[in-house]
Design a protein around this ligand. Structure first.
Ligand SMILES: *Cc1c(COP(=O)(O)O)cnc(C)c1O
Length: 221
């Protein structure tokens, strides 16, 4: 069995059945994705639109492609026909463009809204106030071709487990609040995408429903 396959099977043992594993294959060759595919992995995450589209064209059509990186509006159209879930949506303008491109493709696009939970300055994402402002806006309510499936967040890059746990807890409680206030009758709003190679076990303990794991599967980049 390949290393990639072994890593996936090991990680799967750590993940409860209600949590989905997104295998983050950015920068890795198609051959590595094939190894993961052959051991049953079907969900892959990429952070560049061009790379995602190139790989999707070559690889089996039953793969679910997730866009996990920061996304520019002008790139949405290239993947709008097939991308399964867009994790990193962090502005109303981007939501509008995704809605427009989804409509052209006769689709309803699943998205997650990325929230800022880290203490670092560099991480993308919406503050709680910005998130609420978007959800309350009249423009948001007119978007028919997007389905907001939940929230996504990234913890600080630190070895301080308490800090990481605190940040994941804050995303979980924000999720509960937003669900109550804006999506109480929408069962589609059900996902919390949090947890990477270094912190996914903590994320799962704090309520993650999707973990995005790259280097622990495919090796360092
Ligand atoms: C690269 C990346 C991951 C995976 O990171 P690893 O530490 O390699 O598991 C997860 N989420 C996002 C948004 C990423 O860009």
């Amino acid at each position: 069995m390949s290393n990639v396959a072994q890593n996936i099977l090991e990680i799967k043992k750590e993940i409860p059945a209600h949590v989905r594993l997104i295998a983050v294959s950015k920068t890795k060759p198609v051959s590595a994705i094939q190894e993961a595919y052959e051991c049953g992995q079907r969900i892959f995450g990429e952070n560049k639109v061009q790379e995602l589209c190139d790989k999707a064209e070559i690889l089996p059509k039953d793969i679910e492609w997730h866009m996990i990186g920061h996304l520019q509006s002008n790139k949405v159209k290239y993947m709008a026909g097939f991308v399964k879930l867009i994790h990193g949506v962090d502005s109303l303008n981007l939501l509008k463009e995704i809605d427009k491109q989804a409509k052209k493709n006769n689709r309803v696009q699943d998205v997650l809204l990325q929230c800022y939970i880290a203490t670092e300055e560099t991480k993308f994402g919406l503050s709680e106030e910005e998130l609420i402002q978007i959800l309350k806006s009249e423009e948001f309510k007119t978007l028919r071709n997007i389905s907001v499936r939940g929230l996504m967040g990234m913890a600080s890059f630190t070895s301080d487990e308490n800090q990481i746990r605190k940040e994941f807890k804050s995303l979980k409680s924000l999720f509960e609040k937003i669900k109550t206030d804006f999506f109480s009758s929408d069962s589609n709003f059900s996902e919390i995408s949090m947890g990477m190679s270094g912190d996914y076990k903590i994320a799962i303990e704090e309520g993650s429903t999707m973990v995005r794991i790259g280097s622990s599967i495919f090796g360092t980049r």
